[in-house]
Design a protein around this ligand. Structure first.
Ligand code: CP
Length: 307
């Protein structure tokens, strides 16, 4: 059974196939409108979400399928103490594919090991968020036409920001990349991500606290929110939350073809004054996420022999 738990579960060729399928869906949506007729997606969200859950649901409906699920642990039997493994076995009796978000790192992997249907990690704690990476990759591909030879700045909460971890893992497989890791000291990229994705592959990176000095060399700027829900104390969150606020003034020395991405939700990290700048890609990124999730659902259902 094929699942998507970590973005590295898919080869670069498979990621390119998903991008090609998503681009074909964008060009020919009618071709795909009944592909998943009679199939059910279960969205098991033990943690809040707007984009990921609703884009999965929109994706399944646009493929002609149906959706069941819950949007909070409190409304499921997890509130009575049911395990993730038992939940996954139960949902395997009702649905054809699962998308799961959970606050505990590794929970979707536990579900995948217990389920008899494909499981997609829709975000596990501060660990990974591979389907956000699918949205990020399609955005970069449509904006830049390539993944190689880019200088990518990642700014904000690089410690708890699971989207950053998955994106670095995905991009680390392409040639000529350079990463600029911009964060407060306390929110630096975890050593395990640096070691596995960057150091072992000899990929150049710099760590800095200074966004403005880094700006001129960036082809992509990936802004992130400080992840309040992962902090142990509110005082630290309040001290760090506004470490970086991107404003039009801070873009004065940026490249004319810079692409600004953000997985969203945004709190205060990007001024709304930037939303109309042609370099702002974050709402296109939201839309592209739906097409990549459509491509992903089709791929996993086909590999499970369900399409
Ligand atoms: N990007 C993202 O995961 O957004 P949600 O938390 O709204 O799903």
């Amino acid at each position: 059974m094929r699942h998507l738990i970590n973005i590295l579960d898919f080869s670069t060729e498979e990621l390119q196939e998903l991008i090609d399928t998503a681009n074909d869906i964008i060009a020919n949506p009618a071709k795909y409108s009944q592909v998943c007729r009679g199939k059910k997606l279960a969205t098991l969200f033990f943690e809040p979400s707007t984009r990921t859950r609703l884009s999965f649901e929109a994706a399944m409906y646009e493929l002609g399928g149906n959706v069941i699920g819950f949007s909070a642990a409190a409304s499921s039997s997890a509130a009575k103490g049911e395990s993730v493994a038992d939940t996954a076995k139960t949902i395997s009796c009702y649905a054809d594919i699962i998308a799961m978000r959970h606050p505990k790192e590794g929970a979707p992997l536990v579900a995948a090991n217990a389920a008899s249907i494909p499981v997609i990690n829709a975000g596990d704690g501060g660990h990974n968020h591979p389907t956000q990476t699918l949205a990020d990759l399609l955005t970069i591909y449509r904006e830049k036409g390539r993944f190689d030879h880019l200088t990518v700045g990642l700014c904000g909460d690089l410690k708890f920001g699971r989207t950053v971890h998955s994106l670095i893992n995905a991009l680390s497989r392409y040639e000529g990349l350079k990463f600029v890791l911009i964060s407060p000291e306390e929110l630096k990229l975890p050593s395990y991500v640096k070691k596995d994705a960057l150091k072992q592959k000899g990929i150049p990176y710099v760590q800095t606290t200074d966004l403005e000095s880094a700006m001129p060399e960036l082809d992509i700027l990936y802004m992130t929110r400080v992840q309040r829900e992962r902090f142990f104390n509110e005082e630290d969150y309040l001290r760090l939350k506004d470490s970086y606020i991107l404003t039009p003034e801070k873009l004065q020395n940026a490249k004319k073809d810079l692409s600004i991405l953000h997985p969203l939700p945004r709190v205060n990290e990007i001024s709304v004054a930037i939303d109309d700048d042609p370099r702002a890609c974050y709402f296109k990124q939201v839309l592209y996420g739906k097409y990549m999730r459509m491509a992903l659902i089709m791929k996993l259902l086909k590999e499970a022999g369900k399409l």
